[in-house]
Design a protein around this ligand. Structure first.
Ligand code: BES
Ligand code: MN
Ligand code: ZN
Length: 498
């Protein structure tokens, strides 16, 4: 699927030699002029279909009809709306619906006829590529595998404008990087271990001249004094990794301490450790690496689209297991920055791994940190699956993070980081404890991380609800990993300045 060939060409819809031609219908009362010839060659079939009222102005809706003897094999009339989150949002859903129709008809080639508005094309391509994503199914090899439908091979955007090609290809690059992050996040924990994730990051760096890779193994994590990260990792035989990527494009002038840092949680599986989780639905905890995978996906897109600013990425990867050697509730561990932490729940492991990654990022140099993690069940309760919680102090950086998400359709909602939430982490035994209880649980978790960021502008993106989809929703096309926060982080890297 990542091989899909995307072109922009001034096809005449009536002669388009494609398996499926999708036509965006802005106003169902009126057939788009672009397809008047096509309608004529079908004796007014398209006009009659619109008159039946199944293509709507206020709902994502699609009607597929058979094409003329010569020309597109199928024609999909696509209605869109509502516009609760803007037109682009509705068009991403429409793009995803088109991908669904392409799959249902096993089309190998498709074209989309829409307006030549750049934002429209960006949204349609994004939705199409994300909607075409399918979860990797681990099937026994069969002789006829080669014949199995593998998704669209080519997509043509009907258009003339030279700028369209650039916009369409960038949208494709970002959405494919997001789909890559989804594949990584969906991988079972026995097949993708921290060392494998590190290998993926190394291969990414090998493929890009200005991207460099660093990793720390268990010994180095311990030697660096990352007592929180090491404590989580000590219960698992899977070797942990701190994975770092640095993007240094030629011409970028920021100093180390003025670059953006992306930090991500890659807990390859979260059993809860000794504070073990209930077994029902526990298989979903393979998705606890989603934030770290999103950081890698963002770095791929940043490198592939040559974002002209320096970026540091740090991913903490381990597996949270109960074991004879596992850390326990009541343990007191010392963080890399010297903070002592009493473990209340070994299931509040993400903040421990991340706190030390944030300290490492600060030592390496950065001017602001955005961090993505499936950190709390409380965030799933709070915001469900549409908005990522963007927890940070009031101010320009949190505003920039939320704005970046809005601009690129990877939605986040601002939530508070206030010392009153941090007060929930007080304990008699140490500087902090790792769980502040149920009330405002997502916010005390964010405050825990904010402690390690100190005065560096910091936003914690809790993607627990948005990165893990219990059913296919919005424009994503499949349940499981959504790759939430990938495009937000790319857009932030493009727009944020120290
Ligand atoms: N990875 C989980 C959070 C999570 C839960 C993500 C459900 C997605 C769906 C995290 O490590 C965790 O277990 N958090 C605990 C924290 C608590 C022990 C303070 C939680 O949310 O219950
Ligand atoms: Mn946990
Ligand atoms: Zn977790």
């Amino acid at each position: 699927m990542t091989m899909m060939k995307l072109t922009v060409a001034p096809l005449a819809p009536a002669n388009a030699d494609v398996d499926l031609l999708a036509v965006i219908v802005d106003d169902p009362a009126q057939l788009p002029a672009q397809v008047a010839d096509l309608d004529a060659s079908l004796d007014g079939l398209l006009t009659r279909e619109l008159a039946r009222g199944q293509v709507k102005a206020d709902a994502a809706s699609i009607v597929v009809v058979t094409g003329p003897a010569s020309g597109p094999r199928r024609i999909a009339l696509v209605g869109h709306g509502p516009f609760e989150d803007g037109r682009n949002d509705a068009l991403r859903v429409a793009g995803s619906k088109i991908a669904g129709a392409v799959r249902a008809s096993e089309s190998r080639t498709a074209a989309i006829a829409a307006s030549e508005d750049l934002a429209d094309v960006d949204a349609l391509v994004t939705g199409f590529v994300l909607g075409a994503f399918r979860i990797h199914k681990h099937t026994a090899a069969k002789a006829d595998d080669a014949d199995r439908y593998a998704g669209p091979e080519a997509l043509t955007i009907v258009g003339n404008d030279a700028a369209l090609g650039e916009v369409a290809r960038t949208a494709q690059t970002l959405a494919e990087a997001q789909n890559w992050a989804r594949d990584l996040a969906n991988a079972p924990a026995n097949l993708l271990m921290p060392i494998d994730l590190a290998r993926e990051a190394r291969e990414l760096a090998d493929a890009h001249e200005h991207l460099s890779f660093t990793e720390l193994d268990r010994e180095q994590i311990e030697a660096a004094g990352m007592g929180m990260f090491a404590a989580v990792a000590q219960g698992s035989v899977d070797e942990p990794r701190l994975i770092a990527l640095e993007w240094n494009p030629p011409g970028a002038t920021e100093a180390d301490d003025a670059r953006l840092a992306l930090v991500g949680k890659a807990v390859m599986f979260d059993t809860g450790g000794i504070s073990i989780k209930p077994s029902g639905g526990m298989e979903d905890m393979k998705l606890d690496k989603s934030g770290g995978c999103a950081v890698l996906g963002a770095m791929r897109a940043i490198a592939e689209t040559n974002v002209p600013r320096r970026v540091l990425a740090v991913v903490g990867s381990t597996t949270n297991m109960p074991d004879g050697n596992a850390y326990r509730p009541g343990d007191v561990v010392t963080a890399m920055d010297g903070t002592t932490v009493e473990i209340i729940s070994t299931d509040a492991e993400g903040r421990l791994v991340l706190g030390d990654c944030i300290t490492w990022a600060k030592q390496r140099g950065c001017g602001a940190i955005v961090e993505a993690s499936t950190l709390t069940g409380a965030m799933v309760i709070a915001l469900g699956h549409r908005y990522t919680g963007a927890i940070g102090k009031k101010g320009a950086f949190r505003d920039a993070v939320v704005a970046a998400g809005t601009e690129i359709g990877d939605h986040a909602w601002p939530m508070p980081m206030h010392d009153e939430y941090k007060a929930n982490l007080k304990t008699a035994c140490a500087d902090m404890k790792n769980s502040g209880g149920r009330d405002g649980g997502a916010l005390s978790a964010g405050s825990f991380l904010g402690h390690f960021a100190q005065d560096t502008p910091f936003v914690h993106l809790d993607v627990a609800g948005t990165a893990m989809l219990p059913k296919p929703r919005m424009w994503y096309g499949a349940k499981g990993a959504s790759g939430a926060a990938v495009r937000l982080m790319v857009q932030l890297a493009r727009t944020w300045h120290a």
